[in-house]
Design a protein around this ligand. Structure first.
Ligand code: GLU
Length: 427
């Protein structure tokens, strides 16, 4: 299926991530006056690999899972992006996520293209052994397009450093020698980078600090609401609370949220979630729904869960001064219009959450050089890169009088377009 370029009317209420990504691309291309041929290239992924993943279950049965690895664009370097394990993964969603990776790497100005992978499964219902067999077989099936110079996966929703270890080991077994640079987000013991595990959340905090300075907002007096309490949401909440003195008033996960206007201690919430499997039921807080959470009055709202959370239907209820998108694709283009009219300052996903892939880049470089950096060096380099990307996007948004998302897209699309023009279209 080749995506045709159209001006695209609003797709809501059922806007899929791919429709959202194409619409965002379209807005940027119009602003840039980009040649339709280049837009046509960017609207389509370079390659899609669909695989069947048979797994021996612990009960002796065999189950077959569907998996995808998509390369969206490699004009600026090897394909880069995470792998998610989630029951609702679809091929279209993985294409959108791969496309967003292309723009993120370009906004960060790191030499990667965009990729994403997904396996349709419920990892919570798999034993550790089943998860390992699933990961190894999926890796084996997609290994024909992986490699440090070709495609470098990383963690995403419901995958973690342990899963990355199995990917690294499986790929290495195929090669007959260790290839640490084939994957990032690995544990330190096998060539991971200091600071990678918390990098997306830490980068998000750095972006929020830059935005706060630009808007004259004091973070040590700010109230924060976080949707999603996985790696990104929990890390962002912890750092904002412990290092910036912000008051985290509400957090949520897939089962629901908790609210305390006087402030929560994210570390204690994390302990409660580890013990009980959910943030709900935490002491000294009121249980709320994810919808209620998104409309809470606060200074900073951080959607750090899945796509399509802030839509035309609920955008008018948002009462935050600033939104920092820890998740990929949490806001639809129609919601963007509403937020803009309300004067909400949005740090878009392709800027707010690039910290993960930026430190992935550092991990890849360290792996290739066999020379490792301290945590301080990693964090300082991450801070510099986040500040630089933020200031570039902010300047374009001021200069062209566009919102931050359009500005980030304009920078990203321009960079990938330039690389494509210089390389030319083969043959
Ligand atoms: N999955 C993360 C993201 O969406 C990290 C990707 C990477 O490090 O390659 O940005």
């Amino acid at each position: 299926m080749i995506m045709e370029v159209s001006t695209g009317e609003p797709f809501e209420p059922s806007a899929s991530p791919l429709q959202v990504a194409l619409r965002q691309l379209n807005i940027a291309c119009e602003k840039l006056g980009l040649e339709p041929g280049l837009q046509r290239i960017f609207a389509n992924p370079k390659r899609i690999l669909t695989v069947s993943v048979p797994v021996n279950r612990d009960d002796g049965s065999i189950e077959v899972f569907q998996g995808y690895r998509v390369h969206h664009n490699v004009a600026r370097g090897p394909a880069k992006g995470g792998i998610r394990f989630h029951p609702q993964v679809t091929m279209e969603e993985v294409i959108a996520l791969a496309m967003w990776m292309t723009w993120k790497c370009a906004v960060a100005d790191i030499p990667f293209g965009g990729a994403k992978g997904g396996v349709v499964c419920d990892p919570k219902s798999l034993s550790q052994g089943e998860l390992e067999r699933l990961t190894r077989r999926f890796t084996s099936e997609i290994s024909i397009i992986l490699g440090p110079e070709k495609d470098i996966p990383a963690p995403d929703v419901y995958t973690n450093p342990q899963v990355m270890s199995w990917i690294m080991d499986t790929f290495s077994m195929h090669c007959g020698f260790s290839v640490p640079a084939v994957v990032t987000g690995k544990p330190l013991e096998i060539g991971g980078s200091q600071g990678r595990n918390e990098a997306t959340g830490r980068g998000c905090v750095y972006a929020i600090q830059e935005a706060a300075a630009a808007l004259g907002l004091k973070l040590n007096q700010a109230s924060v609401v976080v949707q999603g309490f996985g790696n990104v949401g929990s890390t962002t909440a912890l750092i904002l609370h412990e290092e910036c003195g912000a008051k985290v008033v509400a957090v949520s996960d897939s089962t629901g949220g908790i609210y305390n206007p006087g402030g929560l201690d994210p570390r204690k919430v994390l302990g409660h979630k580890k013990r009980t499997g959910t943030v709900t039921g935490f002491t000294d807080s009121e249980d709320i729904s994810n919808q209620e959470l998104l409309s809470l009055p606060c200074d900073v709202l951080i959607p750090a869960a899945l796509e399509g959370q802030i839509t035309r239907e609920n955008a008018h209820t948002v009462s935050a001064k600033m939104i920092a998108e820890g998740a990929n694709g949490p806001t639809t283009p129609e919601a963007d219009v509403v937020l803009r009219e309300k004067g909400v300052f949005v740090i878009p996903d392709i800027l707010a959450n690039i910290g993960g892939v930026v430190v992935s880049y550092f991990e890849w470089v360290q792996g290739l050089q066999h020379f490792f950096w301290s945590r301080e060096e990693v964090n300082e380099e991450l801070r510099k890169r986040m500040a630089r990307s933020f200031s570039e996007v902010y300047s374009v948004s001021q200069e062209h009088r566009v919102d931050m998302r359009t500005a980030a897209y304009m920078i990203a699309v321009r960079r990938v377009a330039e690389a494509t023009r210089i390389r030319g279209i083969y043959p």
